[in-house]
Write a protein that binds this ligand. Structure first.
Ligand SMILES: NC(=O)c1ccc[n+]([C@@H]2O[C@H](COP(=O)([O-])OP(=O)(O)OC[C@H]3O[C@@H](n4cnc5c(N)ncnc54)[C@H](OP(=O)(O)O)[C@@H]3O)[C@@H](O)[C@H]2O)c1
Length: 284
C-alpha cells in the first residue's frame, strides 16, 4: 500500500465518483468530496464535503489543501480550464486518477469523437505535469441504460434503436474499484486502463435482464435512429447521433471486452445481469 493520505474526489455525487468515495472510505482512506452544492450532495457522514466548481478553478485551492491524491471526473470542454485545474491540483497533490473515456484515440493527432476530444483536453496537461497519473478509459457505462427507466416504470415496452448491438457495458463499481487501486497503491503511474464489462450483451438482452431482475417480461421495440435521437433529449442531437452511430457498429461486430478490471482488482468485472440486480430499485 502506498503512503497516500487524504484523497479528494471530484465528481463524488456522480455514478462512478460516488462509488470511488464510498469504496475509499470503506477501506479506511480519508476522503474529501467536492460538490457544487454540498447541501444537495447526500454523501455518507464519514465523507467530508466541501464546495467547489471546476469552472471556477480558484474554488479548488481550499479543497486541495492537505490532499495527496485526486480522483477527477471531467465534464468540461475547455482547454484553458483544464490547464488551470491541472496546475492547481499539481501544486497540492502528487497523484491523480482521471475518469477519461475509451473514445480517446492515441493514434490520432486530432480526436475524431467529441467525447474523446473533451477528455484529450484534460489528459494532455496532466501528462505534461509532474503528477503521477493514471487514466481510466472506460467504454459504455451500464448506467447509460437508466435511460430506459421511465419507459419501464410506465409499462413493459422499451423503444430504442439498434437492439441487436452488443456491448460489454461496465459497472460503475468496477471502474471505481480500479480507481481506488490506482489512488492508493503503487504500480499504476503512466497507465491507461481500458475498462469494460466481462462480455458483450445485446441491448435486447439487457432489457430482458432488467425484466428478470424486476420479475416482469419486458419487450424491445425497434425504432429508427432519428426517433431515438429525439428520445435522447438529455444529449445534444449531434452527440446523440455520434453515440447511435457507435452503437450501429456493434450490430454486426460485438464490442470487445478487456480483462483490465480483473488484472487490477483481482476480481472479474461484474456482468450486466449483476448490474441490473444492483439497480432494480431504479426501474421500479
Ligand atoms: N456514460 C458513459 O458511457 C461514459 C463512458 C466513458 C466515459 N464517460 C465519462 O464519465 C464521466 C461521467 O462520470 P459519472 O457518470 O460518474 O458522472 P455523473 O453521474 O454524470 O456525475 C457528474 C459529476 O460531475 C460533477 N460535476 C459536474 N460539473 C461540475 C463542475 N463544474 N464542477 C465540479 N463538479 C462537477 C457533478 O457534481 P455536482 O453536480 O454535485 O457538483 C457529478 O458528481 C464523463 O466525463 C463522461 O464523459 C462516460
Amino acid at each position: 500500500m502506498a503512503d497516500i493520505g487524504k484523497v479528494l474526489v471530484i465528481g463524488a455525487t456522480g455514478h462512478v465518483g460516488g462509488q470511488v468515495a464510498a469504496q475509499l472510505a470503506a477501506g479506511g482512506t480519508p476522503v474529501r468530496a467536492l460538490a457544487r452544492d454540498p447541501r444537495a450532495a447526500s454523501l455518507p457522514p464519514n465523507i467530508e464535503v466541501v464546495q467547489g466548481d471546476l469552472t471556477a478553478p480558484d474554488t479548488l485551492d481550499g479543497a486541495l489543501d492537505g490532499i495527496d491524491a485526486v480522483y477527477l471526473t471531467w465534464p468540461m470542454l475547455s482547454a484553458e480550464i483544464a490547464e488551470q485545474v491541472v496546475a492547481r491540483v499539481a501544486a497540492h497533490a502528487r497523484r491523480i486518477v482521471l475518469l477519461s473515456s475509451g473514445a480517446v484515440r492515441d493514434d490520432l493527432d486530432e480526436q475524431d469523437h467529441p467525447i474523446g476530444r473533451a477528455h484529450a483536453l484534460i489528459e494532455q496537461p496532466i501528462t505534461e505535469s509532474a503528477l503521477e497519473w493514471t487514466f481510466l478509459r472506460p467504454g459504455g457505462f451500464a448506467t447509460n441504460t437508466l435511460e430506459w427507466a421511465p419507459q419501464i416504470r410506465a409499462g413493459n415496452v422499451v423503444r430504442g434503436a439498434y437492439g441487436s448491438a452488443s456491448v460489454a457495458l461496465v459497472h460503475e463499481a468496477d471502474i471505481a474499484a480500479v480507481a481506488v487501486r490506482a489512488l492508493t497503491t503503487d504500480g499504476h503511474a503512466g497507465v491507461k486502463y481500458v475498462l469494460t464489462g466481462p462480455a458483450p450483451l445485446s441491448r435486447i438482452d439487457q432489457v430482458e435482464a432488467i425484466g428478470a431482475a424486476l420479475g416482469r417480461a419486458l419487450v424491445w421495440e425497434e425504432i429508427g435512429p432519428e426517433a431515438a435521437v429525439a428520445q435522447m433529449s438529455w444529449l445534444p442531437p449531434d452527440i446523440a447521433r455520434v453515440v447511435l452511430s457507435g452503437l450501429a457498429g456493434y450490430v454486426d461486430t460485438p464490442g470487445t471486452a478487456t480483462t483490465s478490471v480483473r488484472e487490477v482488482t483481482g476480481s472479474s468485472a461484474r456482468g450486466y445481469r449483476r448490474w441490473a440486480a444492483d439497480h432494480v430499485a431504479d426501474f421500479r
